[in-house]
Design a protein around this ligand. Sequence first.
Ligand code: NAD
Ligand code: 2YG
Ligand code: MG
Length: 259
Amino acid sequence: MALLTPQDLEGLTKQLECNNNTIKKATGMDIADICKQIYGTTLDGEKVGIVPITSGNGIITNFSSSLLTITEYFGLDGAVTEHPDVTGYYEAVSSDADIILMADDHIFIAHNMKNGKIATNHVCTGVVYAEIASRYKYADSKDILVIGLGRVGYAGAQHLVKRDFDVYAYDPDRETMEKARKELGIIPYDPEEEHKFSMVLEATPNPNTISEGMVAERCLVSTPGIPCGLPEDIGERNEIDLVMEPLMIGVASMLYAVM
Ligand code: NAD
Ligand code: 2YG
Ligand code: MG
């Protein structure tokens, strides 16, 4: 899995505000409204313990402080523990945190200590970016394209199938495609084929995954993928609304998911 870099996390609040404006223009709802719709929950000043984790590649500069910024942005009472790892976990639970946030190189979780709910970043990110794409005001049909069916994209595709969209998907891995076709009922999409979508969820770690033949002139590309899969010139030639942000939208989704 590609790890976040400290540079990805610079100017995060500005990135969130900018994306929130795009989401509002494109869907008529803001991030909090979208999350409330998905999970049927609200946030109410909960106490969030953020535990830095040193295992594997270790602490990512700006990661815990970014989580703190996000919790505060959504009106929660966040705190980064003084110590990392088990000592930090003990600190957070002892200080009566409602929700614990922590991540190693493989998984990033939110755990609500009061109701027992637990959520992962990859599923919550896939679901929220899928939901944003699916709410595009200017969509010309119920067809939606998912590019990349890894941990994030698969969860997004599953959410869209449940929401009754016509979900087309592409992943170069044949086994993954077969699994998604059998288990989810996605419609296999061939990137060489000319089929223009007005709603696209992109969830790959690669650039230039979106080609001109895939996007309608008015289109919403909703992508957690780092780096961005939409080539700049395609974005400029077409009227593309782009939602793309490295951390906050997915974390907002995790917080609402465990309420
Ligand atoms: P993953 O490795 O599980 O899956 C990536 C998938 O993309 C793979 O199945 C791969 O075959 C597919 N792929 C690669 N090139 C492709 C192409 N050209 N067209 C179609 N599919 C292609 O990764 P993941 O955990 O699902 O994460 C996906 C991306 O999202 C990564 O860049 C990750 O860093 C990022 N991410 C962002 C956020 C956020 O909040 N913005 C949160 C979680 C993950
Ligand atoms: O506590 C720390 O500082 C580190 N142990 C955090 C490690 C996070 C690793 N995960 C990633 O970089 C992401 N792929 C998942 C984060 C979601 C946002 N893209
Ligand atoms: Mg995000």
